[in-house]
Write a protein that binds this ligand. Structure first.
Ligand SMILES: Nc1ncnc2c1ncn2[C@@H]1O[C@H](COP(=O)(O)OP(=O)(O)OP(=O)(O)O)[C@@H](O)[C@H]1O
Ligand SMILES: [Mg+2]
Length: 354
């Protein structure tokens, strides 16, 4: 082992954030300049057959992405995720707003800005008849990889995305998860990728294949690439994202860390009580009293769900014990990201006619 690497490993034992690899040219981690900065981005489409009517697919979206960070845009079908990514990738002109990639204005200097970007579009599939190496080299050369360095560079990239041993395998023989990794390898070809845009990178994959893609995305943080991904999957955003934004009907309804977004709701927990219909008069009376105290989210004959300010306060725990003593099945749970997501998507879904 070289002396340089030994001393870096020694540093890393004291400082878990220290780098342990010499072969990746990483930007200075102390620099906290966003690699992608989006302000008030708006895009509307003309509605087919109705000349004056326009659908606002992205409505004043602002966000930032820093090196080594994963930001997830979580939203249902039609929320405007692909519209957003197409604008960020320079494939669609915004109606208004600004996009800066590594400080470069995407609208004024699209060619230069795109040098820092790689995009994996929604439902993109690799070419099945090529081997893994042929595929990545072919697209690498198209992206400006030098012919004489291509073979070694491609091998390095294949190792990074866990495809090293599949180099000579035909793409059509790979599992769904490994096929997605081929797309990641192509996206990493070429010198300048500082931002990776992934439109639903795991849609259609089984849970195991999804996790194998998550592993690749996780690994890319160490290269200080900023990753912006879209997803329908709450657990994907929860697992991968340093920060996330919930997008619905073109608007960002909540954004921040998973904890910050979770706390966007005016309550912190839920109390579920079941078996009310079989309970004693005293038990039913206890539930009625709670209906006056806390907001009732669900109420059927047998089941009540209350939104409570603090699921772990001594008062709440005492209430839980009281309900259990009265013969009811009562349980407490903290607010989940899914609660926030459903409350945002459900609430807007009822009234917004965008
Ligand atoms: N080229 C277009 N012309 C007109 N309307 C469009 C166009 N592209 C998208 N839309 C509309 O804009 C809205 C947002 O679409 P978009 O594809 O961005 O959503 P999405 O969040 O990516 O959905 P999905 O999860 O299904 O991929 C939808 O109402 C869609 O019908
Ligand atoms: Mg889409």
């Amino acid at each position: 082992m070289s002396r340089g690497l030994t001393s870096k490993l020694a540093q890393s034992a004291e400082n878990p954030l220290a780098m342990t690899s010499e072969d990746l040219p990483l930007p200075d981690p102390s620099i906290r300049e966003p690699v992608l900065e989006v302000a008030a981005l708006t895009r509307s489409y003309s509605v087919h057959g109705r000349t004056k009517e326009r659908l606002v697919a992205n409505d004043r979206i602002s966000l930032r992405l820093y090196p080594g960070e994963v930001v997830a845009i979580l939203g249902p079908n039609g929320a405007g995720k692909t519209t957003l990514l197409r604008q960020l990738g320079g494939l669609l002109l915004p109606t208004s707003g600004t996009i800066r990639v590594a400080g470069v204005d995407m609208i004024a200097q699209p060619t230069r800005a795109k040098q820092f970007l790689s995009v994996i579009p929604q439902e993109c599939q690799p070419i099945e008849s090529l081997t893994v190496e042929e595929h990545v080299r072919y697209f690498g050369l198209l992206k400006g990889l030098e012919r004489w360095t291509a073979r070694t560079e491609v091998q390095g990239i294949l190792e990074q995305v866990g495809l090293g041993r599949y180099r000579d395998t035909l793409v059509r023989e790979l599992s769904g998860g490994l096929k997605r990794r081929v797309l990641f390898a192509v996206a990493l070809c070429g010198a300048g990728a500082r931002v990776l845009l992934l439109d639903e990178p795991t849609t259609g994959l089984d849970p195991e294949a999804r996790r194998s893609v998550w592993k690749v995305i996780d690994g890319l943080r160490a290269r200080r690439i900023g990753i912006l991904l879209t997803t329908h999957y709450i657990e994907e955003a929860e697992y991968l994202a340093d920060r996330l934004a919930i997008l619905n009907r073109g608007k960002i309804a909540a954004q921040g860390t998973v904890d910050e977004v979770r706390h966007a709701l005016p309550y912190r927990g839920r109390l579920d009580i079941r078996g009310i219909d079989h309970g004693s008069a005293e038990a039913r009376r206890a539930v009625e009293l709670l209906e006056r105290r806390w907001k009732t989210a669900v109420r059927t004959n047998g089941h009540a769900r209350f939104e409570i300010p603090d699921p772990f306060s001594p008062e709440t725990i005492a209430e839980l014990a009281n309900l259990t003593n009265l013969g009811l099945q009562a349980s407490l749970s903290p607010v989940s990201l899914e609660d926030v997501y459903l409350s945002v998507v459900g609430a807007l879904g009822e009234g917004n006619g965008a």
